[in-house]
Unconditional design. Structure first.
Length: 245
């Protein structure tokens, strides 16, 4: 007799929708950035210092990192083996390299050496290794968030070391998501996810209303959307700019 097929891991629809919401917010933010870059947003905006945009970026990246922690907890609860983890990790790391190459072509003086995807690639490994700490993830996450506030050194200001996060000033780059403090946000998500999948799985895996299903579908293809949305937006705006001329 053949062994019965393994039971598929449950799909956390609400978690997918949360990830999809982060993607939509990010795409709208990037659309505004692109419109400003092409001179179509009036009055012109400063996305690097204006709180309207800097606070939004912090919220978007926080949502990304927290969701990634939740997803890691769900994957481990489902028994994700290391080989499968490394397969997904390789996809993220490869996309991070493409982001660096693309940004170097478009922004040669402020290209992305350690952006969100680069941070994901490093932090997912660290978070998975830290997962057995359980409740200890909360104080560790808090430590990661607080440490950069009081421990900076010029040694960490170069492109080779600023990925740690203990910089004395923000580098000139289009995207910067260092390990500190963002690992702390991911660890908070991991700790919350471990509690949820054990005690309240319905909070992240319960049924969705009809209007939330498109967000869940988008959340399942988050990496593909992340890589494609900016080339599509920039391509469309460049084509419209050529038509206007």
């Amino acid at each position: 007799m053949h062994a019965p097929p393994p039971t598929p891991a449950p799909r956390y629809e609400r978690l997918d929708a949360l990830r999809g919401l982060a993607m939509v917010w990010m795409a709208l933010f990037h659309l505004a950035f692109d419109l400003n870059y092409f001179g179509w947003l009036q009055p012109r905006q400063n996305f690097y210092v204006d709180p309207l945009w800097t606070v939004q970026r912090i919220c978007i990246v926080s949502l990304f990192m927290f969701s990634a922690g939740l997803s890691l907890a769900a994957a481990q609860q489902a028994g994700q083996p290391w080989p499968r983890f490394w397969k997904r990790w390789a996809q993220i790391a490869g996309c991070a390299v493409l982001v660096s190459l693309g940004s170097a072509w478009m922004f040669p003086k402020s290209w992305i050496s350690f952006g969100v995807l680069h941070g994901f690639a490093v932090m997912l490994v660290l978070a998975r290794l830290a997962a057995p700490l359980g409740h200890g993830l909360w104080p560790l996450g808090l430590f990661c968030i607080v440490l950069p506030m009081g421990a900076q050194d010029p040694f960490f200001d170069s492109r080779w070391t600023n990925w740690v996060g203990l910089v004395t000033y923000k580098p000139v780059t289009e995207d910067f998501a260092p390990v500190l403090p963002w690992l702390g946000v991911m660890l908070f998500g991991l700790a919350a996810g471990q509690w949820l999948v054990r005690r309240r799985p319905g909070w992240i895996g319960g049924p969705l209303p009809a209007m939330g299903r498109p967000l869940a579908g988008l959340g399942r293809w988050a990496l593909s959307f992340y890589m494609l949305h900016q080339p599509v937006l920039i391509g469309v705006l460049m084509a419209l700019q050529m038509v206007r001329r």
